[in-house]
Design a protein around this ligand. Structure first.
Ligand SMILES: [Ca+2]
Ligand SMILES: [Ca+2]
Length: 432
């Protein structure tokens, strides 16, 4: 039986379990970068606490599929709500170093100003700890974990109008004690990570950190593929103007929360929201590509009915930053009731006829197209569903009928070898 994308969304919302995205344990996913623009915000779709951050640094590439890059530094954006109670500490897993920076700048050009660093809480043993930092104020910060002897570097004025790149911190020989910046106000530019920099899996304990509700764009939380519960209770109650070109009649939305998703495939990104129970006002969702001050609207939708889903499909490239706003559609100047619900994100790779990754023409798969170009085109000319939605059993039957007699290639199933499987396909299509 064939299903529509909307039906697939409904099934996924029912079948998959909601991922608990915020606290008390935060799992690095995907890799947290090493500078503010690639950092991972410990902040998602509602309110929660965080008392642990789990992740990995490594001297080898964490990526497969041709993307290169070492993972020696992980940088997290955190909300320090209780400066007196703030602490972050690592266990003995490897010879770690921790660094704290204050967030300044804008969403499109964030800056990390050095605040404090720790190598070892005690001489001779692994384990770093930052706490009781004088003058620390509540606000948004970055905490970085790396391994000795890595240090962050930043640009400082160097007389005659020039700038030079210098180490932001230095450590005593035993590594013990909280360290403060060598140059006040200097911002992170890059990391020095010599060969032999310590790395490994970590489990950081965190105190005094409560993720904000992301009620403004620059605080956008992380949204992952799959199903995530959301709560608009702390969202912005100011009316949010929707991009021009949205469905006519949607004046705006309110109770808005902001999320950021990094696309993990070249293809179609489906984003949907569904209320937990019928709402006073329908849910609305908007997507943009880019960062807050420089964003391009790429999709928006409002549910047709109070209990309904709103969903959009956005063409993406892997690595695209997709900003999402979820809210309720405004129908009058009265503030609508708050809503809880589920957010669903799925990235479906887009192939073309003949693409090796598209799957065999003779086996069903849940993506469109198949790997033999002529066969694929011939089937889709008769049955466009096979190149628009998915290559299901009907498409396989079509390939049996359309492709086998016309193919001059004995490798009927396109798996690179001519064997009994090809003969079986030939026999099964005999006389059709
Ligand atoms: Ca990492
Ligand atoms: Ca990293």
């Amino acid at each position: 039986m064939r299903t529509t994308i909307t039906a697939v969304l409904s099934i996924a919302l029912v079948v998959l379990q909601a991922a608990a995205d915020v606290g008390p344990t935060w799992q690095e996913d995907p890799d947290a970068g090493s500078v503010p623009s690639t950092s991972q915000g410990v902040r998602a779709t509602g309110v929660g606490t965080v008392n642990r951050i789990i992740g990995t640094t490594t001297a080898t590439s964490p990526f497969t599929g041709g993307l290169a890059g070492m993972d020696l530094v992980d940088l997290y954006e955190i909300d320090i709500t209780s400066p007196a109670g703030f602490m972050v500490g690592t266990g003995p897993d490897f010879d770690s170093r921790l660094f704290l920076f204050r967030r300044e700048g804008t969403s499109c050009s964030p800056i990390a100003v050095a605040v404090a660093a720790s190598h070892r809480r005690a001489a001779g043993v692994n384990g770093s700890e930052l706490k009781a930092i004088p003058g620390l104020a509540a606000g948004t910060y970055y905490v970085a974990i790396t391994g000795a002897p890595a240090v962050p570097r930043g640009w400082v004025a160097a007389g005659s109008g020039g700038y030079s790149l210098v180490d932001l911190f230095a450590f005593p020989a035993d590594g013990v004690g909280t360290q403060f910046p060598l140059v006040a106000g200097a911002a992170l530019a890059e990391w020095t990570t010599p060969v032999g920099t310590a790395a490994g899996s970590y489990s950081m304990t965190v105190g005094g950190v409560t993720p904000k509700v992301a009620a403004i764009c620059s605080d956008a939380g992380r949204a992952l593929v799959g199903v995530t519960a959301f709560d608009l209770a702390g969202g912005s109650t100011s009316p949010e103007t929707l991009p021009s070109g949205c469905e006519p009649g949607i004046a705006g939305m309110t109770r808005t929360i902001w999320l950021r998703h990094t696309a993990a495939c070249d293809g179609a990104l489906t984003v949907g929201v569904q209320p937990t129970s019928p709402t006073q006002n329908p849910l609305a969702i908007v997507a943009w590509l880019g960062c807050c001050e420089q964003r391009i609207p790429v999709g928006c939708d409002a549910a047709g009915a109070p209990a309904g889903q709103a969903s959009i499909v956005v063409p993406v490239r892997a690595g695209d930053d997709v900003l999402l706003a979820i809210g309720v559609r405004m129908t009058s100047s009265t503030l609508p009731a708050s809503v809880t619900g589920d957010l669903f994100i799925e990235c479906t790779p887009t192939f073309a006829c003949g693409d090796e990754r598209a799957g065999s023409c003779f086996s069903p798969h849940d993506t469109p197209f198949c790997n033999a170009g002529d066969c694929c085109s011939a089937v889709c000319a008769v049955d466009p569903y096979c190149c628009a939605v998915m290559w299901d059993g009907t498409c396989v039957d079509g390939a049996m009928g359309v492709c086998i007699e016309s193919t001059p290639n004995p490798d009927i199933n396109g798996d690179g070898s001519v064997d009994g499987k090809d003969l079986a396909l030939l026999l099964s299509s005999w006389g059709t």
